[in-house]
Design a protein. Structure first.
Length: 291
């Protein structure tokens, strides 16, 4: 694979597939970008509020770890972009880049490394909506630095992208409008609000309030609308778009307010399973049949 021109800060909003639709994990619809910009703003606020409590020496160690993480990701992206990412499933490619995030829950390495990795991920949250890249946030900076083309890699925010694409293709009407509004309110209330509620000023103002887990059940309404539309539609791209969007929204319900952490874990699990299944299939094809 040859390197393509260095990514501009404002590339085209979408790069449609053969059916004229944005590619999930690569292209960013307007609604998905708006959600990411809002999430990034709150995430920066949360990070500044949190890091302001660090002493100077620890903060410098955190920044140094962030730089080291960025260098490691950049080198890995350049190598994998040239040799691997086009030959494996996007799930598997994403899992490879998300594996370092396990350092925190497994308590591997010093705290400054964990915070440095979090700071690097925050940078990806900011860069993705600015560059309109809907893939894995940890690859946004390496793609810009190396000039390599961006690959289809998955992010928890792709659930919102998939829903936005489905509603854009929907016929409209009162129920569709209501379902779209419910979906948008869900993502703001369950993805963005919990992050704002753990910042010092907001936490003190609301006395530790947290959104209840059952809020996620509101996704049943838009999921049912999309599933019903898919069932009634003739086979084709619209039917597949609505069916997949309904499935994605239902899969988001168990995550509740543990977004995006739980969905990142799900992406890694699917990526590992996909790699194992493909490996077994290749091994079977190479194994000669017993005569």
């Amino acid at each position: 694979m040859t390197s393509e021109p260095r990514a501009a800060l404002r590339p085209p909003e979408t790069v449609p597939d053969a059916e004229g639709r944005p590619v999930v994990g690569l292209d960013m619809p307007a609604a998905g970008r708006a959600l990411r910009l809002l999430f990034a703003a709150v995430a920066v606020w949360y990070r500044v509020d949190r890091d302001s409590r660090f002493d100077g020496a620890y903060f410098l160690r955190t920044v140094l770890c962030c730089v080291l993480v960025a260098v490691a990701y950049t080198v890995a992206y350049r190598l994998l972009s040239a040799r691997l990412l086009d030959r494996v499933s996007p799930w598997t490619g994403t899992a490879l880049f998300l594996l370092p995030s396990l350092l925190y829950p497994l308590d591997i390495g010093p705290a400054a490394l964990h915070d440095g990795l979090g700071l690097y991920t925050l940078l990806g949250f900011v860069l993705c909506p600015l560059t309109r890249y809907a893939g894995a946030e940890v690859t946004a900076l390496p793609a810009l630095v190396t000039g390599r083309r961006r690959h289809r890699l998955y992010s928890p925010f792709n659930i919102a992208d998939r829903a936005a694409i489905a509603f854009r293709a929907s016929p409209g009407g009162t129920w569709w409008t209501l379902a779209a509004v419910v979906t948008g309110c869900y993502f703001v209330a369950v993805w963005v609000l919990p992050l704002a509620l753990v910042t010092g000023p907001v936490k003190d103002a609301v006395d530790g309030y947290e959104p209840p887990m059952w809020w996620s059940l509101v996704l049943l309404l838009p999921a049912a609308c999309l599933a019903l539309r898919a069932r009634r539609a003739a086979p084709g791209p619209d039917r597949r778009t609505w069916a997949l969007a309904a499935l994605f929204l239902v899969c988001a319900i168990p995550a509740g307010t543990n977004v995006p952490d739980m969905l990142w874990g799900g992406i890694m699990l699917i990526g590992i399973v996909t790699a194992v299944v493909r490996g077994v299939r290749r091994l079977r094809r190479r194994t000669p049949a017993a005569g």
